[in-house]
Design a protein around this ligand. Structure first.
Ligand SMILES: Cc1cc2nc3c(=O)[nH]c(=O)nc-3n(C[C@H](O)[C@H](O)[C@H](O)COP(=O)(O)O)c2cc1C
Length: 197
């Protein structure tokens, strides 16, 4: 009998609005993934302490493990990422990029996971993992989310990660309009299926 391995997915939520647009899409995706047997671990970055990277480079001395010396909530994220196949970034666009806690997380990861900054160039500790994105923005996606998506594409290439072309990006037409509708629900379910394929 074929041993079907379900995916392990770490979901990084980065909207300050618990029931806002990005979280409402992410809820549908996560529920679809769980219903299909995926192992999902979620983080709400706005509820966590994530200090900025200070470029101390003490993480660069030991290439055998993730070795950031800062004391905050990042160890749980490092651990979950090392155990995951896919890292799903779920953020609204703020000033053409992700929100501040996600940016802090990405900075901490790019140093702690890539042994590129010591005396000798070492490996990427998370090479081969996949990054996927859920995002929402007020402008048309090609003018609102393009810079963030390009940034993540380069981040992946640099870190030896696989940038998923599976991106769920939806536009918010303003606070007076209802964001969620049947079309967006269907896009979210289709996105979850793509992630599992
Ligand atoms: C501080 C702030 C900055 C924003 N900057 C942008 C932006 O640069 N481009 C854009 O298209 N939308 C921008 N928006 C709109 C949000 O991306 C959009 O409303 C999004 O759907 C909010 O998601 P949420 O409900 O998950 O928080 C901004 C919103 C806020 C509050």
């Amino acid at each position: 009998m074929e041993d079907k391995k379900e995916k392990r997915i770490a979901v990084m939520r980065a909207s300050p609005r618990k029931h806002g647009n990005t979280n409402s899409l992410t809820d549908i995706v996560v529920s679809e993934l769980r219903q299909n047997g995926c192992e999902v671990i979620e983080f709400d970055l706005f509820d966590m302490e994530i200090k900025p990277c200070t470029a101390c480079r003490r993480c660069q001395k030991d290439w055998s493990r993730v070795a950031c010396v800062q004391k905050d909530d990042m160890p749980a994220i490092f651990d979950a990422i090392m155990k995951s196949d896919i890292i799903l970034l779920a953020t609204p666009i703020y000033s053409w990029y992700c929100t501040p806690p996600m940016k802090a997380m990405l900075d901490r990861l790019v140093y702690a996971m890539n042994m590129y900054y010591g005396d000798e160039r070492g490996p990427s500790l998370w090479a081969g993992k996949e990054i996927a994105v859920i995002t929402t923005c007020g402008l048309r996606p090609e003018k609102g989310a393009d810079l963030f998506l390009e940034g993540i594409r380069r981040y992946c290439k640099y870190s030896g990660l696989v940038y998923s072309s599976r991106v769920l990006c939806e536009r918010h037409m303003g606070y007076k309009s209802v964001f969620m509708d049947d079309e967006k629900r269907e896009h979210a379910r289709a996105f979850a299926k793509e992630l599992m394929s």
